[in-house]
Design a protein around this ligand. Structure first.
Ligand code: OOG
Ligand code: MG
Length: 265
């Protein structure tokens, strides 16, 4: 993927996104100032952000696919999937408290997460290859937090903002992929004891492993591979649900158990 941005523009946009992420301040979407920003430009900014965070001592632990279900695409008005990176700084324990003070306007998504046993490298990666390279799957909650005002963006802007990545929580029961039909897992998302969303895993590109294959193929375009041991989120099955301090959220997955978090100031 080749960006047409000058190096100084990449750095400038990256600093803007990094500032919004670390100060939890909303900024206008990047295309307001750079209307010609392309998907490749978005990934150039995201790669610079990853380079900076790793240089600051954060550890890359995996990747996330986003906008992989119709529910998510409809909610966000974007119809092309994207990827982002995950670092140890974003990981939170199951049943833990997540502070909202350092987030802009958090939303929660329920996802199937994959932990990779073998490295995968595109192009041409298939869902079959993903399943063969997977150590196990587990249920996960992703807390997304767009740094763009009103949670409104377009594809290049959200990619530059690392796919709205903020926090993630793995939990429930780890399972081997050959013990499950990963297309038909039902999930119920509850907030404060009430069902706020429900769906089935096939909502994610027909099969969540397809989202991981897509991610590996985008990584190849960025000159990267998916390392063994990576934690990979395959994308929200339902629309994302806004959360506030005091909220308790639990995602109950068929076969995979449940994963929960609560939110504080
Ligand atoms: C982009 C991130 C989407 C998912 O699972 O679809 C995402 C956004 O909606 O802010 O993480
Ligand atoms: Mg997500």
């Amino acid at each position: 993927m080749s960006s047409t941005l000058q190096r100084e523009d990449i750095v400038r946009l990256c600093e803007r996104v990094e500032g919004a992420q670390t100060r939890a301040r909303a900024i206008p979407k990047l295309t307001d100032e750079y209307p010609a920003l392309s998907v490749a430009d978005g990934y150039a900014v995201q790669s610079e952000l990853r380079r900076r965070y790793l240089a600051q001592g954060q550890r890359l632990v995996g990747w996330k696919a986003g906008l992989t279900s119709k529910a998510k695409m409809r909610q966000m008005g974007v119809d092309v999937p994207s990827i982002g990176f995950l670092t140890d700084r974003m990981a939170r324990p199951e049943n833990g408290a997540i502070s909202t003070g350092d987030l802009v306007h958090p939303r929660v998504e329920c996802e199937v997460a994959f932990v990779m046993r073998d490295e995968l490298r595109g192009p041409g990666c298939t869902a079959q290859q993903v399943l063969a390279a997977t150590d196990y799957v587990l249920p996960a909650l992703e807390i997304i937090d767009s740094r763009f005002a009103g949670f409104k963006f377009d594809l290049p802007s959200v990619i530059a903002d690392n796919g709205s990545s903020a926090r993630f929580v793995g939990g429930g029961r780890a399972r081997l992929v050959d013990e499950l039909d990963l297309r038909t897992l039902g999930v119920v998302l509850e907030k404060n004891g009430e069902i706020v969303a429900l769906g089935a895993s096939a909502a994610v590109l027909g099969h969540p492993a397809e989202a991981v294959a897509m991610l590996v193929n985008i990584l190849a375009e960025l000159g990267e591979s998916l390392a063994a041991g990576s934690f990979v989120m395959s994308g929200g099955i339902t629309e994302a649900v806004a959360v506030a301090p005091g909220d308790n959220v639990v995602a109950r997955f068929q076969e995979l158990g449940s994963v929960s978090v609560r939110f504080t100031e």
